[in-house]
Design a protein around this ligand. Structure first.
Ligand SMILES: Nc1ncnc2c1ncn2[C@@H]1O[C@H](COP(=O)(O)OP(=O)(O)O)[C@@H](O)[C@H]1O
Ligand SMILES: [Mg+2]
Length: 274
């Protein structure tokens, strides 16, 4: 276990501080801990990826950070730099865009809610539609789009809202490989232009290493920090050339080994009661 402590990071550069976070749920008559004493600090502008066996509490962690779920114990402290912007925006695995709105209206939705002047809104929306290859589809409705296009709308919408923290829960998990690689690239281009603090859950070790500055490997239930890995690979990263990069291969093996230990553990046990 290697939780970060105060003295391992520059306190000025902290975007999120999570201390001894615990979440218990009820199952039948008993309770179990989905997350237990989880500690991590996310730096300003950092792209943090999270991997861990299914059911280890990744989504629960994100939902707590987003304020959609209340923790049972511990603290989540998010630094707010600007009062007129949302604290977090979430991108889910399945599209959560409004079916009755055009692509353009969906992307601008958050800005409309914030009362951003039309000219500023239109410019921002235009920029994001361009970055995500959606310009030609801006007057389409979601039912006219492929899965990849819908996820692009989701990503563009989350960036348009300009939150302090961007939260992404396996956003490309249901896409085919070609689409996934293209969306990863687009996401990186947008992210590099904004430097937004981002937490990204994925089940793909490749994806975590292509995107992340650091990678949090979680333990099987109850979810804790197993290890935090620095992904010290130069940017911009390209998955095809990374696959033959010795350091990438080394990191991949390390993460895969840690992850498979936990996947093994999670398969051998039923939920551990409190
Ligand atoms: N609202 C809930 N009520 C009861 N149990 C829940 C609830 N949400 C999640 N869980 C349980 O908590 C554990 C962690 O879930 P989740 O955070 O979705 O895991 P992951 O995203 O890592 O797959 C699972 O055992 C899941 O069944
Ligand atoms: Mg999940």
């Amino acid at each position: 276990m290697e939780p970060l402590t105060e003295d391992t990071v520059n306190p000025d550069a902290v975007a999120i501080r999570i201390e001894n976070l615990t979440k218990t749920f009820r199952k039948g008559k008993s309770y179990f801990a989905a997350i237990k004493d989880l500690n991590i600090v996310v730096n300003e502008g950092e792209f943090l990826c999270i991997v861990g066996p299914s059911g280890c509490g990744k989504t629960t962690l994100l939902r707590i950070i987003a304020g959609l779920e209340r923790q049972t114990g511990g603290k989540v402290i998010i630094r707010r730099r600007r009062v007129n912007r949302p604290l977090t925006s979430m991108v889910f695995q399945t599209d959560s865009i409004f079916p009755w709105m055009t692509v353009e209206k969906n992307v601008g939705y958050g800005l409309d809610m914030q009362g951003v002047p039309k000219a500023v809104r239109d410019e921002k929306v235009h920029h994001l539609l361009k970055m995500t290859g959606l310009l030609a589809f801006r007057y389409c409705y979601p039912h006219q789009l492929s899965g990849g296009m819908k996820q692009r709308v989701n990503v563009a919408r989350a960036f348009a809202a300009d939150p302090e923290i961007l939260l992404m829960d396996e956003p490309f998990g249901l896409l085919d490989e070609q689409n996934r690689l293209i969306l990863q690239k687009e996401l990186m281009q947008i992210w590099e232009g904004t430097g937004k603090t981002t937490i990204f859950i994925t089940h793909s070790v490749d994806e975590a290493l292509v995107l992340g500055d650091r990678l949090l490997v979680m333990t099987a239930q109850p979810g804790q920090v197993k290890k935090i890995i620095e992904v010290d690979l130069e940017r911009p990263r390209d998955i095809i050339s990374l696959r033959s990069n010795p350091h990438f291969i080394e990191l991949y093996k390390e993460v895969w080994h840690l992850l498979s230990e936990e996947v093994q553990r999670s398969r051998q046990m039923d939920l551990k009661p409190l």
